[in-house]
Design a binder for this molecule. Structure first.
Ligand code: FMN
Length: 406
């Protein structure tokens, strides 16, 4: 029996994940691109925003439920697409899908998943979306699209902030490769994490199952090389229109930071967008997603669903995005940390923690329903800056009604 206390926050799950995983695997999940400025900025930008309580308001009956694309969610949270989840826990993609299903929220399966689409589709009642990459070989993308339809995936998210792979320095320094290669130093790290090593030995080393079924991945040594070889840097809006013609269900574009992209997406008849910098893993120095959210809301908030991700680690963070007008928030690492620390049940607990934190925020902010969370319940902290943080423009200045007005 472990005498470690149960994780009570996503930060606790991160600590548990760091303990559970060999360093190079933890770094793959945890790390960002370049100097990790954007990785830090995602957090700093959320931390700058503070909540304004508004008691007494009758909050005796509260609900975080919303309807998205005509279906109910128990809370406005979605598990976003993350590749190679099987490196955190055997059958990690299925565990994430099941935990999302038990919670009553969607799970987005990645094109870089370490499970087949059939395996994820077979995880039961939950709602599943599929994240599509536009590969150089478009036939492959179209095949995956068709497959997603046949297997009952409800929505498609096309990720567009991957013209080239991000420069992830931790992975480069650690020699993170697929299949894993164990140098003497890494073997020491492996020996220090025997439970993970045993789980992986039993389950077999994780592979990019969806992509391995379509491509010969042997010549690529790293995930970055796989992505460089297969992802198409010529993708343009014409390709998005092409997919729109072929997918009748909800179609979402992921990886937008410029509201002009949101306007274009709405013109092409997309159903949603994800304002995202890919969790700081692509363009180091990119602006924090939360800082761009208000501009998207004023540009296209009435036209399509506005999802946002990058840096969200609590229900309180999520309340901030909802108050700024987001329809829902996607999480990446928050549930990956939990997955690494204890599989499906840990992910379920992490989502319950997020739900409880969101409920507390609603209660204290006088918001019995999600729609009651308003920009007027937010302020920018007067003591804005973390020591290492670069100054940024007041993100709310473009809104017609300044949300931080006194
Ligand atoms: C380990 C890892 C793998 C990821 N793989 C993908 C992927 O295959 N496709 C994709 O669109 N986004 C991928 N992402 C980005 C996430 O969908 C999401 O944008 C990001 O994790 C949000 O930031 P957060 O981790 O701070 O929540 C990945 C993120 C991580 C951490």
């Amino acid at each position: 029996m472990s005498n470690k206390p149960d994780p009570a926050s996503i930060a606790d799950f991160r600590t548990a994940a760091r303990r559970a995983l060999p360093k190079m695997v933890f770094d793959f999940f945890d790390g960002g691109a370049g100097s990790e400025l954007t990785l830090r900025e995602n957090r700093a930008a959320l931390d700058r925003i503070r909540l304004v309580g508004s008691a007494p308001v009758d909050v005796g009956h509260r609900s975080s439920a919303i309807t998205l694309f005509g279906k109910p969610l128990t809370m406005p949270v979605i598990i976003g697409p993350t590749g190679l989840a099987g490196a955190a826990w055997p059958a990690g993609d299925q565990a994430l899908a099941r935990a999302a299903g038990r919670t009553g929220i969607p799970f987005v399966m990645s094109s870089a998943a370490s499970a087949t689409m059939e395996a994820v589709a077979a995880t039961g009642e939950g709602r599943r979306w599929f994240q599509l990459y536009l590969f150089r070989d478009r036939e492959v993308s179209l095949r995956l699209l068709k497959h997603a339809e046949t297997l009952g995936f409800e929505a498609i998210e096309i990720t567009v902030d991957n013209a080239v792979p991000g420069r992830r320095l931790r992975d480069a320094r650690n020699g993170f490769s697929l299949p894993f290669r164990w140098t003497p130093r890494k073997l020491l790290s492996l020996a220090a994490h025997p439970a993970w090593a045993l789980r992986m030995a039993r389950a077999g080393a994780p592979r990019l199952e969806v992509m391995a079924a379509e491509f010969d991945l042997k010549s690529a040594r790293t995930i970055a090389e796989v992505m460089e070889q297969q992802l198409d840097p010529t993708v343009s809006w014409d390709d998005i229109a092409f997919i729109r013609d072929r997918w009748k269900g909800p179609l979402i574009l992921k990886g937008l930071l410029d509201p002009k992209q949101g306007i274009r997406a709405a013109e092409l008849g997309l159903d949603g967008i994800v304002v995202s910098n890919h969790g700081g893993r692509q363009l180091d120095g990119a602006v924090a997603s939360i800082d761009m959210l208000p501009e998207f809301v004023s540009a296209v908030g009435s036209k399509l669903a506005i999802l946002v991700d990058s840096g969200f680690r609590s229900g309180t963070d999520i309340a901030k995005a909802l108050a700024l007008g987001a329809t829902a928030v996607q999480v990446g690492r928050a549930t990956l940390y939990a997955l690494a620390s204890g599989g499906e049940d840990a992910v379920f607990r992490a989502l319950a923690i997020i739900a409880a934190e969101l409920d507390v925020a609603q209660a204290m902010m006088g918001a019995p329903a999600i729609a009651d969370l308003r920009p007027s319940g937010l302020r920018l902290s007067p003591r804005l800056m973390h020591a290492e943080q670069v100054p940024v423009r007041d993100p709310m200045s473009s809104r017609s009604q300044p949300p931080f007005a006194a």
